[in-house]
Design a protein around this ligand. Sequence first.
Ligand SMILES: [Zn+2]
Length: 166
Amino acid sequence: MMLPGHLLVASAGVLVIKAPYLTGWDAIDATMLLQWSLVLVGSVLPDIDHPKSFIGRRFPVISWPLRLILGHRGQRFSLLPRGLTHSLLAIVALLVLNQSVGNPWLNWLIVGYALHLVGDFLTPSGIPLFWPLGRDIRAPLVANTNSMGEWVLSIGAFAGAVVYAF
Ligand SMILES: [Zn+2]
């Protein structure tokens, strides 16, 4: 999934999570906007294993070695079974890491991270959710990366979340 798709899916996730507190658009306060921003930032992080991704292009010093060692999902060669950043294990590792830091705001980054995986779950290559075990899994309804279908799916998810939340 491309950047706009990930941002839309991440935003949809925020609205669904926040739905119980959203009595109207005016219920979107500064706290929620900050949480939302953190989710958006988190939602671009998993593709750090890909030098051509939005985040990977900004940090090539990190993304190139990660590509070689971890491997992006769908990639052919890497030192480890590819796709660690797009797995449950990565999310658990981040949660454990944040336990020691103990910053509740950082949890919103992790929420965004997890929502990125949801976005890629909606693509034909799917995600290695149970890395290093099992095969890549994907949603029953998928759209090719950078396709019209991806826009339909991600805008649909966002619109659905707006209807659900308000
Ligand atoms: Zn990804």
